[in-house]
Ligand binder design. Structure first.
Ligand code: SAM
Length: 222
């Protein structure tokens, strides 16, 4: 990343956030913690709201959407178990923060955003931060990105009504899909990790209740 407005205070707040994630939110993967420590989350907020950037909270980013809370970003990233060089797909670019965290772990990250306003805003922000924008796509991520499949990891940052079949098909053997599934009513969404063990063999892990905005598109909520 390029040199950016990142004050002594903000760096201290980010270190405190990493400590919170490690000691109180159960994040154990030191590579994930280092990635969170390296990305200045305040630069993904409007300047008026920067003071909220290092709280462990989701925050509105416009268009009825949110930047996920840091512990959710860290947990989903840990579940994906990204290794250097792996090909990763994110569904729901939003502010671009999760994309920036993934880019700390591998050079091959693609991300799709459904909302044209957020796509353009995210693209400009990531370009300003000096991050690669060739991996950003405007479209329906519930259909994945068949032209660039297979993926070692697919991370969905919005809640799907059911497992999107296209995303299962686009997993490499050994690859992992991390996706919230279920209605967005309280207590009705489960975070799932699906590992593809063979062409037709998928192992499903249920990792607890969660709350995400709805996934839109062909395999999303209408
Ligand atoms: N990852 C984002 C970040 O770091 O700021 C937060 C994502 S926000 C919780 C969910 C995002 O998913 C929204 O930006 C929303 O527009 C997007 N979304 C919803 N349905 C989608 C779809 N079918 N394809 C791509 N993006 C979608």
């Amino acid at each position: 990343m390029q040199p950016l407005p990142d004050s002594y205070r903000q760096r201290g707040q980010r270190r405190a956030l990493v400590t919170l994630l490690r000691e109180q939110r159960g994040i154990r993967d030191e590579r994930v913690l280092a990635a969170i420590g390296a990305v200045p989350r305040h630069l993904f907020f409007e300047p008026a709201f920067e003071a909220h950037a290092y709280q462990d909270k989701a925050f509105p980013i416009g268009e009825g959407q949110t930047i996920s809370q840091p512990s959710t970003v860290a947990y989903q990233t840990q579940l994906l178990d990204v290794q250097a060089g792996q090909q990763i797909l994110e569904i729901g670019t939003g502010s671009g923060y999760q994309y920036a965290v993934l880019c700390q772990l591998t050079a091959n990250v693609q991300s799709i955003e459904f909302n044209a306003v957020l796509y353009e805003r995210g693209r400009q922000r990531l370009a300003t931060l000096g991050l690669p924008t060739a991996g950003l796509h405007l479209g329906d991520g519930s259909l994945g990105l068949p032209a660039l499949a297979p993926f070692d990891g697919i991370l969905v940052t919005a809640g799907a009504p059911a497992l999107p079949p296209a995303l299962l098909r686009q997993l490499r053997i050994g690859g992992r899909l991390v996706v919230p599934v279920g209605s967005h009513d309280p207590g009705q969404q489960q975070l799932l990790r699906i590992t593809r063990e063979g062409p037709e063999a998928f192992v499903r892990e249920e990792l607890g209740d969660c709350r995400f905005v709805p996934l839109r598109g062909a395999a999303g909520w209408q």
